[in-house]
Design a protein around this ligand. Sequence first.
Ligand code: BMA
Length: 339
Amino acid sequence: MADIRIIGENLSNMPWQDKPADCVTPVWRYSENPVIGRNPLPNVARIFNSAVLPYEDGFIGVFRGEQRDGIPHIYLGRSKDAVHWEFDPEKIPFTDKNGEPFMPKYAYDPRLVKVEDTYYIMWCQDMFGPTIGVAVTKDFRTFTRVENPFLPYNRNAVLFPRKINGNFVMLSRPCDNGHTAFGDIFISESKDMEFWGRHRHVMGRSENWWESLKIGGGAAPIETDKGWLMLYHGVVNTCNGYVYSIGAAILDINEPSKVLHRCSNYILAPEEWYEERGFVPNVCFPCATLHDAETGRIAIYYGCADSYVGIAFTTVQELWDYIIKYDKLQKDDDKIGMR
Ligand code: BMA
C-alpha cells in the first residue's frame, strides 16, 4: 500500500511503545493505562476527555476535571513526559477581553490547538444551553475568552492546526440540550476567530452500527501528504445505553468538508476495564494526539468511561493502511457539504 507521511514537526520525546507482536488491531493501548487515576486533586474526583500539546521542554494540557459538586471545569496540567501530570489546584482563571474574570457555569471536553504562535482552548459551555466556548493564550498564564463561535446547541469543537486558504477552520457537532440522539460533523471558517461562516457538512452518522447514532469531532486533525487525518468519536445506542468508539477518516487538504476515505470499522472501542467500567461505562472519547513527523508515530489521548485518561499508540502508516482496507464512503461524504 502507498506510503503516507505526517506533515509537521518532529516530536522525538513523545510517549511511545512498539506494537505488541500479538496485536491484530491498528491501535494498541499503553501498558500503564490509565495514566490519570481517580481523585487527582482534592476537589476533583475524575479527570477525562482532555487534550495535550508539546510545550517548552515538555508538555502541557487542558483537562476536564469533574469536581465533587459534579460540575466539570477545565484544569491546566504540565508534564515532562506526557504520561505523569501535575495539575494546577484551581481551575483555569479565564478573563474576558477587558481583563475581568470570566468563569463559565460549566466547561467540559476541552481541546487545545496551536495555530501559528497562539494556543486556542475550545470546550463546551452554557449559553442558554450547551455551545462552544473559546479562549486564547500565548503563555499559559493569561487566558482570554473570545466570542462563542456558534449558536447553541453545539458540542465537540476542534480547530485545525493551521489556517486553510487563509481562514481558521473548526469542526463542531450541532446537538440538542440533552444526551443528543443524533449528530453529524460540520465545519466552519473564520478570518478572525470571531465571525464564523461558510458552514459545511463534513460527515454523517453511518450504516456502520458502531457510529449509527451520532459522531463528533475528536482530536485536532493531523496534516498528512494524503489529506487531513481526522480521529473522531462514533456512538451506537444499545439496550444498555450509548457506546463510544474511535473512528478515522481522511479529509481533503484544501477543502476538508470533502471526505476522501472513511474507515467503516472503528479503530478503538471499549474493551479494557477502565473503558468499560466507570462513571459512564463504555466510553472511548479522543480529544488530542501527539505525533512525530519523522517516525509517523501517533499517541492518542482519550477519555475512558468518563473517569480516566488513556493513551493508545499507532502510526500514520498503520492507520492509513487500515482506513484504505476498510474504506467506505457514505452518501454525500465526498461532496462539499452545502445545500
Ligand atoms: C457526551 C459528552 C462527553 C461524555 C460522553 C459520555 O455527550 O458529554 O463528555 O464523555 O457524553 O458520557
